[in-house]
Ligand binder design. Sequence first.
Ligand SMILES: Cc1cc2nc3c(=O)[nH]c(=O)nc-3n(C[C@H](O)[C@H](O)[C@H](O)COP(=O)(O)OP(=O)(O)OC[C@H]3O[C@@H](n4cnc5c(N)ncnc54)[C@H](O)[C@@H]3O)c2cc1C
Length: 592
Amino acid sequence: MYRAPVSEIVHTLKAVTGLGDAMENGQMGDLSPDLLDAILEEAGKFASEEVAPLSRAGDEQGTPLSDGVVTMPQGWRDLYKRWSQGGWNALTGPEQFGGQDLPISLGTAAFEMWNSGSLAFGIGPTLTVGAVEAICAHGTQAIKETYLPKLVSGEWTGTMNLTEPQAGSDLNALKSRAEPVGDGTYRIFGQKIFITYGEHDLTDNIVHLVLARLPDAPAGQRGISLFLVPKFLVHEDGTLGARNDVFCNGVEHKLGIHASPTCTMIYGDGKFGDQPGAIGWLIGEENRGLACMFTMMNNARLLVGIQGVAVAESATQKAEAYAAERRQGRADSYDGEGMAPILHHPDVQRNILTMKALTAAARMITYNCAHAIDMAGGETDGAYWNDRAGLLTPVAKAFSTDIGCEVASIGVQVHGGMGYVEETGAAQLLRDARIAPIYEGTNGIQSIDLVTRKLPLSGGDAVRGYLAELRTMVEDVAQSNRDDMAGLADALLAGLDDLDATTEFMLARLEAGERNTALAGSAPYLRLFALAAGNTYLARAALKSNPMDASSRALVARFMAHNLLGETSGLRTQIEQGADSLLQAGEALLSP
Ligand SMILES: Cc1cc2nc3c(=O)[nH]c(=O)nc-3n(C[C@H](O)[C@H](O)[C@H](O)COP(=O)(O)OP(=O)(O)OC[C@H]3O[C@@H](n4cnc5c(N)ncnc54)[C@H](O)[C@@H]3O)c2cc1C
């Protein structure tokens, strides 16, 4: 059973991201170290005692659709009610509308634990939080007053409607349309696919944020607007009115996250109301919808990144517990009776330590990203933190969700045959993990974003400044002269040398207009970036630990540096030398 790693999370937040200093300097409002501990302790309790026990039932029962009604798995309605009534949905919401206005890094930590309980549960509120952000940033006062109190409390949920059959990664192709009525409202028509929690029976109303085109809109991304379309219209006094002309006509059967309904939504079919067209309200300016949606997508990317960390943490705990119980063969380190627990075998230890190291590295990158987002909204060094958040967002999303799959897959391996059958739950974690590299912008798209948009930030100074900070952290490790960190600094520096060299290589290729060479290496570059940065953070976490935890953290940091970080030199070769052969072989694919 999942145990929330609260002390690990708190240590990461306080010592590795700088949240500790920020709280001390009064930059985090009312948040104090004690309050942080208390909130995360309770969030962890909810995750392990309430969410995790319902994950299996959710997987088995799914979310059947009948006559447009989606029924959530047994126990999930009560679960959601207890969760939202506990105030959890409101953690980071604006105070003015009933939220607690706490830092995003704290919310991210809580989301890690709820997602460890169940990814299918965590993704629903992730979208509601995103909708709150988009409405806060771009909605009119009237829209805010009507919708935010209920979205902040979780009494209603929110969705994000981008995808259409012909428009996935490329939203230029979007066809849904919006016609102005003349009274400030619009009629929305079109079909959206893959809409998470598009329909469910957890709440009385669902608030859809929908991308659509106005009649005279320019082609491409500059012609997309954002609309708020509630499932039920809302009277002035806040009570629910007529059903709006939007419904769910399909729920996908899919590999994992079975308890998260993935819906086909039909807008403006004439099924409800006196005339066809779902009634919607413009959010932000006409034709600026994508920019508005990106307000919510950046934080949604962070929270999908944390899903990768969450599933990796669950898989690691499960595998370690199994390896301590399951007995096979003999091992030098075991002198007990009978066969040794498999945890005594060096190869199983390698597996478990790989899981631990990758999970911790992804967590540290993701929380650093969350902290940067918080600081970017503050009063000092806004541009610096904005660049940092921009740089780390694609890395946090893609690396964490990639290692979520990798770690869950190693978890199945540690279980042997029992991992492949459903009984232990290791298989469900692998199935659930697989969506996160796909949604919220595929990981391929994240790596393109990192290389083509984020490396050039501030003329390359954003990334160069970041790398210099990582080097300073490694100097601290070298100067500590700790026995349990022997050889660690040298290995970290070798990783950072690879990152420096490939960063300059990428910037030079972009400068020279050799975009395809850069694109060919973008995914390996993102991984190299994350391995080098993540391992540095692990060392920092060990350095900043109290003596009781320092050595266990140092052991994992050293394990990673000497067993996993060597990958950076192979990735560097791939980035610097692999593009020609890739592009030539790729061309051959096009003319068979
Ligand atoms: C379970 C689930 C839940 C979802 N929830 C939502 C939701 O709530 N709201 C919503 O709007 N959408 C949602 N989606 C849709 C999801 O965001 C898209 O599936 C995703 O963005 C990818 O789009 P696509 O499926 O059309 O794949 P495609 O865009 O067709 O991509 C296919 C492959 O080609 C690659 N590719 C595409 N373009 C490029 C390029 N320019 N350069 C390099 N590689 C490229 C991709 O990386 C990918 O590997 C969900 C999907 C699923 C499966």
